[in-house]
Design a protein around this ligand. Structure first.
Ligand SMILES: Cc1ncc(COP(=O)(O)O)c(C=O)c1O
Length: 172
């Protein structure tokens, strides 16, 4: 890959790095309360499911207004569970974004359904709603929207009568 003439060679090609230190895009916010909660959990004897996992599920339901909440081990696990709960399988199509992490497409394949990748709006990097509308077919059962870098993707899933699941991303 070549760099624009004004910059000289890229660092990967032996040029001078533009930064000395790694620039993190999204640092986790870990304070004393979080450290204390981890210690309490380790000392409680429950390191997998247990009271904290149940409490997290309850709080997710409370915050989202859902009837029930369930804490799982990862976003991938949550997406897979949502598709399975909706009965998505062979013969179904699920739309997701081209600007994402692999698991939003992998979970569709895990369910035996077909992944339909739809391009993003170059401004927001979120799914382009017009392109989503054009990709909908009678086989479309769900849309996995990626809320890129904390921006909520526009939702029109209800209007199309399809299930909509979210996946959040903090990286660029
Ligand atoms: C948009 C998106 N969806 C899903 C995932 C998968 O998350 P997890 O590693 O918790 O399974 C990621 C992880 O980076 C992600 O960025």
């Amino acid at each position: 890959m070549s760099a624009p003439a004004t910059f000289g060679p890229l660092a990967a090609d032996g040029g001078t790095p533009v930064r000395e230190r790694f620039l993190p895009v999204a640092l986790p916010s870990v304070g004393e309360a979080e450290k204390q909660a981890v210690l309490e959990t380790l000392e409680s004897g429950w390191v997998t499911t247990g009271p904290k996992a149940i409490e997290l599920g309850r709080r997710i339901a409370e915050a989202s207004g859902a009837a029930q909440g369930l804490a799982v081990n990862s976003c991938t696990g949550a997406l897979h569970l949502a598709l399975a709960a909706w009965g998505i399988g062979p013969g179904d199509e699920v739309i997701t974004s081209t600007w994402t992490f692999a698991s939003t497409a992998n979970v569709v394949i895990h369910c035996g359904a077909k992944v339909v990748l739809v391009d993003v709006d170059p401004r927001t990097k979120n799914l382009d709603p017009e392109k989503v509308a054009r990709a909908i077919t009678p086989r479309t059962k769900a849309i996995i929207a990626v809320d890129f870098a904390g921006q909520r993707a526009e939702r029109r899933g209800g209007a199309h009568g399809r299930r909509v699941s979210s996946s959040a991303s903090t990286f660029e």
